[in-house]
Design a protein around this ligand. Structure first.
Ligand SMILES: NC(=O)c1ccc[n+]([C@@H]2O[C@H](COP(=O)([O-])OP(=O)(O)OC[C@H]3O[C@@H](n4cnc5c(N)ncnc54)[C@H](OP(=O)(O)O)[C@@H]3O)[C@@H](O)[C@H]2O)c1
Length: 283
């Protein structure tokens, strides 16, 4: 009941898989590889077992609220809490890949699907699992340097709204909903949004990270730290293996955030690249 536990979302392949591999080597507790599809997850666990590592497994589809609740209940019963959460699962629609592919899915639906997984489902995971976080817990939201492209494209009015010092999650979520609605009406550009769902969802994930740290500090929970990061440009399916980093190199900064030692003063509620705080995404 008292052993420590770490969970990595979307970890059957890519950067998430390598984060599990790194945590299995460095985290003093049980590490859960999770996947939306059981067979893909079990195959990934077997691959790590062949390396002499011992990840545990639980199903998790972050788009399915009941799947998140099932995981929460399991963690509560088995461990009585949670020590590390890595929100890694995400998608990019075909139109936004390094070599874009044609996609018959209407533009607004592509934006909706991307924001659903990368923003709303990640928020749902936080809402359901945060109450389990124990003192000294660490949360890493795997974001992207692409958030800077969204920042550069959106209107000043939207920047003023998103970067108010006291913005709350409800207002941030309303803005993401407004983006999806505008994309469906094809008014996204005139309303000051960008035309890329991935970049905007990651921009809002960074802002969510800042808000969550402030909220967490107000709860009085001891030394719970939430950061986001770019893994770098990593050769994975998401970018058609174009990236210049291996998945293990991509896992370095997320793993660093997940393993920040007790009572560090910084980074807290920040966006990191290469293990360093980076502020250019909002400048
Ligand atoms: N690769 C890069 O260069 C790069 C750059 C910047 C940021 N990132 C970020 O790094 C993270 C990992 O990306 P990656 O490159 O490793 O991509 P990837 O190889 O496509 O892996 C994405 C993972 O997320 C899972 N996933 C997607 N939707 C899910 C859902 N609803 N529930 C649970 N799991 C879900 C996928 O599962 P399935 O196998 O079932 O699809 C897969 O395991 C993402 O947050 C991505 O945005 C990547």
């Amino acid at each position: 009941m008292s052993s420590k536990v770490a969970v990595v979302t979307g970890s059957n392949k890519g950067v998430g898989f390598a984060i599990v591999r790194a945590l299995c080597k460095q985290f003093p507790g049980d590490v859960y590889l999770t996947s939306r599809d059981d067979s893909r997850g079990q195959a990934a666990v077997q691959a790590l077992e062949k390396e002499g590592l011992h990840p545990k497994y639980h199903q998790l589809d972050i788009n399915d609220h009941s799947s998140i609740v099932t995981l929460r209940d399991f963690l509560q019963t088995t461990y009585g809490g949670l020590d590390v959460l890595v929100n890694n699962a995400a998608i990019a629609c075909k139109r936004e890949l390094p070599e874009p592919e044609p996609d018959d899915t209407p533009f607004g639906e592509q934006i909706e699907m991307t924001c659903k997984t990368n923003y709303f489902a990640t928020l749902d995971v936080c809402d359901v699992l945060f109450p389990l976080l124990r003192p000294h817990a660490r949360v890493c939201n795997v974001s992207s340097g692409a958030c800077k492209m969204a920042f550069d494209k959106i209107s000043q009015a939207l920047k003023d709204k998103l970067f108010q010092p006291d913005i709350e999650i409800s207002e941030l979520s309303d803005t993401v909903k407004a983006f999806v609605k505008a994309a469906k009406n094809n008014t996204h550009l005139e309303e000051g949004f960008t035309d890329r769902g991935y970049d905007f969802s990651k921009l809002c994930l960074n802002i969510m990270t800042e808000i969550h740290q402030k909220e967490m500090d107000k709860t009085g929970k001891i030394d719970v730290i939430i950061n986001s990061c770019s893994p770098g440009y990593v050769a994975t399916d998401m970018v058609r293996n174009k990236g210049d980093l291996t998945i293990d190199e991509g896992a370095v900064t997320p793993t660093y955030i997940a393993l920040l030692p007790p009572n560090v003063k910084e980074p807290r509620g920040k966006f990191l690249r290469n293990k360093k705080v980076a502020n250019e995404w909002k400048q």
